[in-house]
Design a binder for this molecule. Structure first.
Ligand SMILES: Nc1ncnc2c1ncn2[C@@H]1O[C@H](COP(=O)(O)OP(=O)(O)OP(=O)(O)O)[C@@H](O)[C@H]1O
Length: 235
């Protein structure tokens, strides 16, 4: 298993954001993590990536407990947060250099990785621009490049295509499929087409509880659309 979540609970003040959830993701799977606004997706992802502590329960990523072996777990995860927090006054290559150094990648390997990510993520023409000058789609590309710079085995992507135009949407999906080849990907989205285009399995969370966890084709069954299943389970 690449990701294993056991009775994970997060309480903010008096609000239970996630309530003893359990799920696991096998190596090589691309899993869609769906749920209505406020269901608990980002909270779960923040705990998995070590950005937040759980109130109780545990999570293991790449065999590292995310609370007890936080540094090792983080080193094996690539994370694109929901509000991709890029440094707007940094230049693209400079930013990737900065993130690479945080992961302890040394030159000349770091320079190779930066060139590779710039190439794969289609950032050649933007590399000398400041991040604040880039369109949303290109900022997402930079976000994916930084998430992948250290060649992590697990990618956790929180709404990677929100707010993109239809062309960029298709391009970013292709990029996720390319980067996610032979990796494990957990991806949250509100776009059902996206799940159908790139995910093999779906986990649906509603009000902090898992309400579905199955292969995409099993969930949809016959003529039922994923959207209909989602609506029926999350009302
Ligand atoms: N820092 C916080 N303090 C208090 N409550 C919070 C905090 N972060 C999230 N919550 C609450 O926890 C619940 C789950 O939020 P979360 O952001 O995990 O949902 P989500 O499924 O990612 O939603 P969305 O699809 O809107 O991004 C929500 O009710 C939210 O208001």
């Amino acid at each position: 298993m690449s990701i294993s979540v056991n009775n994970l609970t997060k309480i903010y003040g008096s609000q239970k954001a996630i309530d003893a959830i359990n799920f696991s993701v096998r190596t090589g799977e691309i899993v869609g993590f769906l749920g209505p606004n406020g269901a608990g997706k980002s909270t779960t992802m923040k705990i998995l990536t070590g950005y937040m502590e759980a109130t109780s329960g545990s999570a293991v990523v790449n065999q590292f407990d995310v609370a007890k072996q936080s540094m090792s777990a983080r080193a094996s995860i690539g994370y694109l947060p929901e509000h991709n927090p890029l440094y707007l006054d940094m230049y693209v290559a400079e930013f990737l250099q900065f993130i690479g150094r945080l992961y302890g990648i040394k030159k000349p390997l770091l320079n190779e990785r930066i060139e590779e990510m710039i190439e794969i993520c289609g950032l050649k023409n933007e590399r000398h621009k400041q991040i604040g000058q880039l369109s949303k789609g290109y900022r997402q590309r930079v976000g994916l490049a930084q998430a992948f710079i250290h060649q992590p085995q697990v990618l956790i992507l929180d709404e990677p295509t929100t707010g993109l135009d239809p062309n960029q949407l298709v391009e970013i999906r292709q990029l996720i499929t390319t980067l996610g080849k032979d990796k494990t990907v957990l991806l949250s989205t509100h776009i059902m087409q996206e799940v159908e285009a790139i995910c093999s399995r779906v986990i649906i969370i509603n009000r902090g509880r898992i309400v579905a966890d199955d292969a995409l084709q099993n969930l949809r069954g016959g003529d039922t659309s994923l959207e209909a299943v989602f609506r029926a389970l999350t009302r």
